[in-house]
Design a protein around this ligand. Structure first.
Ligand SMILES: [Cu+2]
Length: 239
């Protein structure tokens, strides 16, 4: 390596180290999204066609829009810090994935970074049509006629949330949040999301659910602190 290349390498290493130090020293928010009341038992889908029902051993799956967990939490809630400071936050090293499995989107709700590659895969032996209907980004509408086909896209602007639908199967729905910063997460089977590397400060934490809308929480954290916070939804929140 020539002298110039070596210098560049050292400089780049220093920058990478500096950013990881900032992330390591930042605050952590351990977010739990609670569900108040009885667990929600979704009905089985009535409108799933025969071919797709066949991918589920002939029994249609439950409607996926509202899913509660046995530990009293709610799934598929996108949580994010609203007023995060501007920064040059590195993108994740790998792409995000929106899969189509059994004529359902997996995951149903997720966040990706602006400029991050989002792969859209058809894991079903049938045709899907992936249709993003954003307001601030460009519309994306592509058919995926065969199993294992992969399309890629990326968002140019931050947008919460971008609906995704399949023009072949009207029950299919997904929501993708495009974020300028890494301070977000989505609740799954544990009902929790971890936000790490947040600079100390006072923030508005926002929770978004497709049927129950938004909740907000003011949170103050110090650099290096790890804080447990929670937001609570109930049936009364239905939009
Ligand atoms: Cu489809």
């Amino acid at each position: 390596m020539n002298r110039r290349g070596f210098t560049t390498g050292v400089a780049l290493g220093a920058v990478l180290m500096a950013s990881s130090v900032v992330l390591a020293e930042g605050a952590t928010l351990n977010v739990t999204v609670k569900w108040e009341g009885k667990p929600y038992k979704a009905k089985r889908m009535k409108n799933m066609n025969k071919e797709c029902t066949g991918f589920h051993d002939g029994t249609p799956p439950r409607v996926a829009a509202i899913a509660t967990n046995d530990n009293g939490t709610l799934q598929n809630v996108f949580v994010y810090v609203k007023n995060a400071p501007d920064g040059d936050y590195p993108l994740p090293s790998g792409p995000a994935l929106l899969d189509q499995v059994g004529c359902m989107y997996v995951p149903r709700v997720q966040g990706v970074r602006v400029g991050q590659e989002l792969r859209i895969r058809n894991s079903d032996p049938t045709a899907h049509n992936v249709h993003f209907t954003p307001k601030k980004n460009k519309e994306f509408n592509k058919s995926q006629p065969k199993k294992d086909l992969v399309e890629t896209m990326e968002f140019k602007r931050a947008e919460i949330m971008v609906p995704v639908k399949c023009d072949v199967h009207p029950w299919m729905a997904a929501y993708v949040g495009a974020m300028e910063h890494p301070f977000f997460g989505t609740t799954r089977e544990e009902g929790t999301a971890k936000i790490e590397g947040l600079p100390g400060g006072t923030y508005t934490l926002v929770a978004w659910h497709e049927k129950y809308g938004e909740k907000t929480l003011e949170v103050t954290v110090a650099t290096g602190e790890s804080k447990d916070v929670s937001l609570t939804y109930s049936r009364a929140d239905k939009k």
